[in-house]
Each structure stands twice: as C-alpha cells, then as structure tokens.
Design a protein around this ligand. Structure first.
Ligand SMILES: [Zn+2]
Ligand SMILES: [Zn+2]
Length: 352
C-alpha cells in the first residue's frame, strides 16, 4: 500500500514535469521559431536550429508554420482592422479564441492572398512540414507526448492523454492567445498610442516575453520584442544563448534614439523620455517639433516588417541627437528642459 502511494506521488511529479517541459519547449517553438524567426525575420538561424524549432512548433499544434506565419504577418500589416484575423476591435473573446471558431472575414481571405510568403516557400523544412502536417501532428503533438510517459514511468494511457495532450494543449493555447487578446487591451502605449497593442508585464511574465506588445508592433523586426531585452523575456535570453553558440546570427535590434523618437512622436506619455505636453517657446522645443514632424512620413508604415530609413539631413538633426543624448538617454536626466518623466510612478521613484 505504501509502495503504491509512493509510485503514485512519483508519477504525479513526473507528469507535472513532463507537462511543464512540453509547454515551455513547444511554446519556444512558437515564440522563437514561428514568431520571431519566421514571421518577423528578426534573426537568421542555421539549418539545425530551424529544424529543431519547426519540430517544437509541431508539438505545439498551432497549425503548420506556413499558416501561422501568414496569419501573423496579416495581423501586423492590418492590425485591428477587418483584415486582421484576430481583430481586437471585435472584442476580447473574439481576439482570444473566437476568431478560430468563426468564419473568416472576407477581408482576411482577400488580404491573406497578398502576403509575401516567398521566404517560407523557399525553406525546405517549412514546406515539408506544410505538406505532411497531419501525420507530423499526429506523431509529434499527440502520439509521442502521450507514449513517452507510458514507456518511461508506466503511466496509464488515459492519464497520459489527459495530461500530456489535452491539458498541456489547452494551457499553451490560452497562453499564446493572451498575446492577441489581453496584450491588445490592458496596458500602456509608450511607443504608439494610435494602435491597440499595449505593454503588459503580466502577459510578458505568462508568455515568457511576448507581452511588450506596443513595442513589438512599433518595431516588429526587433528580435528582443521589447525595449529592455531580457526583462521578463526568457525567449530573448534563449535567442542570446543560441547566438552565442552560433546557431542564431544577424540579430536585428532598434537603435535607442529611434525608439526615443517614436515615443516622443506617438507615445501616450508613459515612456520615461516623454515630451512635455505644454508648448515651450525656446529653441530646443522648436527643433524637436520640426524633427518630430519630419519623421512622420517615414514612420507611418512601421507596422510592416521592413525597417524604414529615417530621413537624412534634417535641419537641427545634430542638435536633437545631442539633446537626446545629453538630457535623456545617456545621463538619464529626466528633468531636462525638453524631456521630462511623464510616468507618475517613476516621478515618485526619482524623488526618493
Ligand atoms: Zn509579431
Ligand atoms: Zn498584436
């Protein structure tokens, strides 16, 4: 009797560990593989890494890489409009999971055909997975996760099916869906207040780094998917490790000054280097407004995957660069004439 209880406790522990490993590993197949590598080309990966990521993404069971990436590129290009597959304007439930239960909006179908997928079509592993997705799904998402506990610690088939297939599948799906729902509803918009995507530390914590979503929509090519690298981002840490080994390379980031300028131009004031609201009449302020105005045409299309060149030779450009460096970014001086800390919480911290 004591022996049976002991075996049972061990089995529960093994099942729990197995489920956690499956959720985390297949989740990384989605975040590193489907999202940052394939959808956004935020870095490049050697064959071995691409193979491993596609394998893990298959375990996640969120459709084949090709369809996942097409839907996600559509989401970025037509964010929060009819052509966005999980348009957050249709409510929390729709953007979370309702979109998968509904017929696609005609705009999603029409615009979906216009998305450039040539890079994925040129990738042998992606097309192999697309062609054989059903048998691959049955093997890697269903059969192996269920059979491994049966073979290794004599788990019963039904238990294994419930824990290592259904439960972990449901858990990972809801974690992933939070990025499309909660990260488009509850949080701040330091970089672009015109979009629904928000910064959410809670979603970032749950999704190991995908909740800095206002930043991600503003700078989608950035492999960190956040301004501050690895904070709450196990995924960014993992890409850094993979880059260290040479399996990942050509990691794309965003220049600090470009981030600050975007925050000044279109943020909601919650970024730590936000512009003063009241118009100042000194020389520096005029330089800033000229610069900000001049950046607007080049930054309007930033939701696409491409980095747009900033316009060159703008009057006052050097002065603004110097100003940003001196009064804000480098020295962290938040009380300068042109910049001030618009975040009340940080204002309080500063007073301490
Ligand atoms: Zn994205
Ligand atoms: Zn989004």
């Amino acid at each position: 009797m004591l022996y049976a209880a002991d075996v049972n406790v061990k089995q529960v522990k093994y099942n729990r560990d197995m489920m956690l490993i499956l959720v985390l590993a297949s989740g990384e197949g989605v975040t590193i593989g489907a999202h940052r590598l394939y959808a956004h080309k935020a870095f490049k990966a050697r064959f071995l890494l691409r193979f491993a990521l596609i394998l893990l993404q298959t375990v996640a069971g969120q459709n084949c890489m090709y369809i996942w990436v097409r839907d996600h590129r559509l989401h970025h290009k037509y964010s929060d409009s009819d052509a966005d597959p999980h348009n957050a304007n249709r409510g929390f439930f729709f953007s979370h999971m309702g979109w998968l239960m509904s017929r696609k909006h005609p705009a999603v179908i029409a615009k979906g055909k216009t998305i450039d997928m040539s890079d994925l079509e040129a990738d042998f592993i992606v097309m192999f997975q697309k062609f054989f997705y059903k048998p691959l799904y049955l093997l890697f998402a269903l059969a192996l996760p269920v059979l491994i506990p049966v073979a290794l610690w004599n788990e019963e088939y039904w238990n294994s099916l419930l824990i290592c297939y259904f439960s972990r599948y449901v858990v990972l799906l809801h974690i992933t869906w939070l990025v499309n729902s909660a990260a488009h509803f509850y949080g701040t918009k330091p970089y672009d207040k015109t979009m629904l995507a928000v910064e959410s530390s809670l979603v970032s914590f749950i999704t190991v780094g995908e909740g800095w979503h206002n930043y991600h929509h503003a700078f989608p090519w950035d492999y960190r998917a956040a301004e501050y690298g690895t904070s709450f981002s196990f995924t960014t840490f993992m890409i850094d490790v993979l880059a260290y080994t040479g399996l990942a390379y050509d990691l794309k980031t965003t220049p600090d000054d470009m981030v600050v300028r975007r925050a000044l131009r279109s943020g909601d004031g919650s970024h730590k280097f936000s512009l003063v609201e009241e118009p100042l009449e000194d020389e520096e302020t005029n330089i800033v407004s000229e610069k900000v105005k001049s950046l607007i045409p080049s930054l309007t299309d930033l939701n696409n995957n491409e980095i747009k060149e900033e316009p060159k030779n703008i009057p006052g450009d050097d002065k603004l660069d110097k100003l940003i460096k001196n009064s804000a970014v480098t020295n962290g001086n938040l009380t300068g004439k042109v910049f001030r800390n618009a975040n009340p919480k940080m204002e309080k911290d500063k007073d301490k």
